[in-house]
Design a protein around this ligand. Structure first.
Ligand code: GRF
Length: 206
């Protein structure tokens, strides 16, 4: 069984989709912990209800980013993860932390990277007037929102879209592609060679 630790900062709907898929599809993997930098992250309740250790490492307790990342890393490593999954984890990570989990840390970003890095991606998409938007699952590297892309999902941008309607359409896709990529990773179907990620489909995906 592969061991997965999920990091969240808030609602945790992606985390929930991943936990459900792992159970329903009987992945060769287990979510061994959910860790949040915020005690009020509502996603912690769902994790705890599922019997998954739901841990808080408050970033405010640490004077520097380096000190927080070191504390976070040691808490995570108590669970010996094969894969670290960022699911709405709203902290910029130090290069030291990123290097420690190189090749085994994934993130989901609510845009079609490399377009619209950073925050307020749906507003960025509306302001740019694009007609196609979406989400990207990528390996995390020290270069924020620029790691090797594993999978993307697209949605149309409709003429009367607001940030809310567009975000909801993208989120629905996030809940499909993120579990799909993580499953592929734990089944050994994701490769990362020379900075290029590839995912091979299994028999049930087309
Ligand atoms: C998602 O849109 C994700 O792409 C972004 O933050 C949001 C987190 O939502 N990184 P949730 O906490 O998974 O519901």
């Amino acid at each position: 069984m592969r061991r997965i630790v999920i990091l969240i900062s808030g609602r945790g709907s992606n985390m929930e989709a991943i936990i459900r898929a792992a159970q329903d599809e009987k992945w060769p993997a287990r979510i061994v912990a959910v860790v949040s930098n915020r005690a009020d992250a509502s996603g912690l309740h769902y994790a705890a209800e599922q019997g998954i250790p739901a841990i808080v490492v408050p970033h405010k307790d640490y004077a520097t980013r380096e000190a927080f990342d070191a504390a976070l890393q040691s808490r995570i490593d108590e669970f010996s993860p094969d894969l670290l999954v960022l699911a709405g984890f709203m902290r910029v990570l130090t290069s030291r932390f990123v290097a420690h989990y190189a090749g085994r840390m994934l993130n989901i970003h609510p845009s079609l990277l490399p377009s619209f890095v950073g925050l307020a991606t749906h507003n960025q998409a509306l302001a740019a007037g694009v007609t196609i938007h979406g989400a990207t699952v990528h390996f995390v590297t020290a270069d924020l929102d620029h790691g090797p892309i594993v999978a993307q999902a697209t949605v149309p941008v409709l003429p009367d879209d607001t940030e809310t309607t567009l975000a909801a359409r993208v989120l629905e896709q996030e809940h499909i592609i993120y579990p799909r990529v993580i499953r592929a990773f734990v089944e050994g179907r994701v490769s990362l060679i020379d900075g290029i990620a590839r995912m091979t489909p299994d028999n049930i995906e087309s």
